[in-house]
Design a protein around this ligand. Structure first.
Ligand code: CMC
Length: 428
């Protein structure tokens, strides 16, 4: 791995050891310090639990995020502009190939996705039958992506430039698998996904084939997918890159990423937010009580706080703006939105949250939108996964292209010192 270096250096003093560390040039807020020789030169490793100060991959060209200023850009384009003007597949093309597509390029991309082989009929039926009806969609999706690879023995072998059929396979069939699990649970059937009239529209149709939805649902869902499409080195993308660094397949890497995304501190937060807001309404607990509970350390506020954003999350701002119109179109009352606003206002005024720079993140309002569209709560995080798929693909490809070294961090050991083995009969 080679970095672009600045002429300046940083200095590390460890006892009598003096080590000059090259500065890694960056096009963003933070410059890097190349510490790749520290262990060898000083006999020390760097300790940073949660890796909040460490850039573990080579500099990336995909997404720029400035958490102080609330800026998010994909390949140099502001998320607000992409959310307002680009479709999800345009955005996916941008992330994967590096440029916004022309009409012809976009058409070729869309056609290739729509024409990718669908789910294998007999195998899909027996695969879905093998899960318990209560299986969480994220667990099913994670398994399903690994299973999909077993159905594509030729694609599995594909390398870098021949990877396009795998991108198309995932972009067509991840939504199909999510919607199929819903259809299987509710109607005992599985469904195909047809993005020809729009990705989000096709997704709603796959979920609810008999319903006619207002156009605004498809438009807003498309925006939701765009704002989720990438977020540089978040936990699931880092997982995807980490698995990919072992030269595992894109299917294996994306399946692992889905597992990471399911956690309530990551994508699972969108489900947890709605549960929290509904619980607040049902229990009659006041917002002040809720904040007091959180501040006593008993719980966290779901959908609040972010490792990188320290002022506002531009994705949350955009989704918040969309809520009233979607609720109106759905004919829903605004109880959930009202309590979310109250909670946000209280968080913004409260010293505990202000001091820690904790504000609503993307998951705070997305669940309210999904719920208004009729998407069941357990399928909120799969919607995030569908949106994040192009980001995972782009990062996996970048890892390959930049010939990433296998991810293998060091650890500090503070367990037992060596001791004599005790045979089982002698143990007390
Ligand atoms: N509610 C209450 N306190 C919080 C929260 C929260 N949601 N988030 C952080 N804190 C406190 C935390 O207790 C700590 O306080 P102290 O300094 O007194 O120990 C301080 O703020 C710093 O927290 P941290 O855990 O060191 O922060 P982190 O950067 O490691 O974690 C986070 C980031 C997103 C996991 C965390 O803010 C969190 O758990 N939020 C709730 C879950 C959530 O909404 N996740 C979605 C993230 S955005 C979309 C995505 O990536 O999926």
């Amino acid at each position: 791995m080679s970095f672009q270096r600045n002429p300046e250096t940083a200095l590390l003093l460890v006892g009598a050891e003096r080590l000059e560390l090259p500065i890694v040039a960056s096009n963003g807020r933070y410059q890097g310090i190349d510490v790749s020789k520290v262990r060898e030169a000083t006999g020390h490793v760097l300790v940073d639990p949660g890796a909040g100060n460490v850039s573990i991959c080579a500099p990336s060209e995909i997404t720029y995020l400035d958490g102080q200023e609330g800026i998010l850009q994909y390949r140099g384009y502001r998320i607000e502009e992409l959310a307002n003007h680009s479709t999800f597949l345009e955005t996916a093309y941008l992330l994967i190939y590096g440029e916004l597509p022309t009409h012809a390029e976009l058409q070729r991309f869309e056609t290739a996705i729509a024409a990718a082989p669908g789910l294998p009929a007999l195998a899909t039926d027996s695969f879905l039958r093998s899960f318990g009806a209560a299986g969480h969609p994220m667990a099913v999706l994670q398994s399903a992506i690994a299973w999909l690879e077993t159905q594509r023995p030729v694609l599995r072998q594909a390398e870098s430039l021949e990877m396009e059929p795998v991108f198309f396979d995932l972009l067509r069939n991840v939504p199909a698998l999510v919607a199929s699990w819903y259809a299987f649970r509710t109607r005992g059937e599985w469904v195909e996904f047809d993005p020809t009239d729009g990705y989000a529209k096709g997704l709603l149709q796959a979920f609810f084939p008999d319903a006619s939805h207002p156009q605004i649902f498809a438009d807003v869902l498309e925006t939701c997918l765009v704002v989720h499409a990438d977020h540089e080195q978040n936990c699931s993308t880092n997982t995807c890159r980490s698995i990919g660094s072992a030269q595992a397949s894109l299917y294996a890497s994306v399946a692992g990423a889905v597992g990471a995304l399911s956690g309530p501190l990551h994508g699972g937060a969108n489900e947890a937010v709605v549960a929290m807001l509904e619980d607040l309404l049902a229990s009659g607990m006041t917002v002040a009580d809720k904040l007091a509970e959180v501040k006593s350390g008993e719980a966290r506020l779901s959908g609040v706080g972010h490792r990188v954003y320290k002022n506002s999350d531009p994705r949350a701002e955009r989704l918040k703006q969309l809520c009233p119109e979607v609720l109106r179109a759905a004919g829903n009352d605004s109880q959930l939105l009202d309590i979310a606003h109250q909670l946000e206002n209280a968080v913004r005024e409260d010293e505990y949250f202000r001091r820690r720079k904790l504000y609503p993140n993307v998951d705070f309002y997305s669940g309210i939108l999904y719920k208004a569209m009729g998407i069941p709560v357990e399928f909120f995080t799969p919607m995030f996964a569908i949106g994040r798929l192009p980001g995972w693909i782009a990062h996996w490809v970048e890892g390959r292209e930049k010939k990433t070294r296998i991810y293998r961090p060091f650890q500090i050991y503070d367990g037992q010192s060596e001791r004599p083995y005790v045979p089982i009969d002698a143990r007390t």
